[in-house]
Design a protein around this ligand. Structure first.
Ligand SMILES: *Cc1c(COP(=O)(O)O)cnc(C)c1O
Length: 309
């Protein structure tokens, strides 16, 4: 038994209509907590409990916090999620619905995080949103499933926040002998910390997050994600917020599924022009999902961003 489910891998004629390749969607949006985080977070929670943890702590008001709350409920251990005051009521409601205790603390994430750390001890494990080998191990199961589903990808498209998904997927590609397969690592302008490190040739932070794709909002990626740039062909691809939001809206029309701009970013690489995808035959897009957007919010972002542009 795992806390995540095996997700469908479906061919999408509508997402792939601008390309000669077959485009396959790995439907992580269908995970019980709404994103791929169920895989890595679920596995990490199980491991820490095996090692003696009796409670779990998170400092994410987003999909990572929700995944910890979900995992704690399934595993029967209490969960505390510390979130900053900026967290939307809907996000708090979803975390509380999983039975977790939400503590609102601080004006920014760093203050919530610092408070979460004071709650962490030998019996209460902190679950990091992207920088933990257990997490990458869990995320790597996406690639095991793709292989078992009979598709041999010649490109993988995924979104990058702190690089946990990237690190896990590359670990999975390596163990299937797919270390030549390029990974298109997509970020939005204003959250492009991996692209900044790639350009600088060293592990650097960006000054601030200005993108609406808040799930991609890590000012610096995990060190492992940066190292992997020299171990696997990784193509950095940066889209605008408007492209990400419009891709969510187009995807909703095409597949009747609502995803966050963080996921829309990956879809934008396929809907739009991405040179690295031109000569491919089987492109797998990780539809990473996310619970943080409503139809009304997507429409409001769309209008706001087109006015500014
Ligand atoms: C967490 C998350 C990301 C980014 O994943 P990282 O492992 O931080 O790179 C992208 N999309 C969604 C929906 C997420 O929840």
């Amino acid at each position: 038994m795992t806390l995540h489910i095996n997700t469908p891998l479906i061919e999408s004629l509508s997402v792939g209509r601008g390309l000669s390749a077959k485009v396959w969607l790995k439907m992580e949006a269908l995970q019980p907590c709404g994103s791929f985080k169920a895989r890595g977070v679920g596995y990490a929670c199980e491991q820490y409990i095996k090692e003696g943890a009796k409670a779990l702590v998170s400092s994410s008001g987003g999909n990572a916090g929700l995944a910890v709350a979900y995992s704690g409920r399934c595993l029967g251990v209490p969960v505390t999620v510390v979130v900053p005051k900026t967290t939307k009521p809907r996000a708090i409601e979803l975390i509380e619905q999983e039975g977790a205790q939400v503590i609102v603390h601080g004006d920014i994430w760093q203050q919530a995080h610092d408070h979460a750390m004071t709650l962490t001890n030998a019996e209460a494990a902190y679950i990091h949103p992207f920088d933990d080998p257990y997490l990458w191990h869990g995320h790597a199961s996406i690639v095991d499933e793709i292989a078992a589903q009979g598709v041999t990808p010649d490109a993988i498209v995924l979104s990058v926040g702190g690089g946990g998904l990237l690190s896990g997927v590359i670990a999975g590609l390596k163990r299937h002998g797919w270390q030549e397969v390029p990974v298109i690592a997509v970020e939005t302008e204003g959250a492009a910390s991996l692209a900044a490190s790639a350009t600088a040739g060293k592990h650097v932070a960006i000054d601030a997050i200005t993108s609406v794709a808040t799930s991609l909002g890590a000012t610096i990626v995990a060190e492992r994600a940066f190292e992997l740039l020299s171990e696997q062909p990784v193509v950095n691809h940066v889209v605008t917020d408007l492209e990400a939001v419009n891709s969510c809206r187009r995807f909703l029309a095409d597949h009747r599924l609502l995803v966050e701009p963080a996921c829309g970013a990956s879809l934008a690489a396929v809907y739009g022009e991405c040179a690295a995808l031109q000569d491919k035959q089987n492109i797998v897009v990780i539809v990473c999902g996310g619970v943080g957007a409503s139809v009304e919010q997507l429409q409001a972002w769309g209008e706001q961003l087109s006015d500014n542009g």
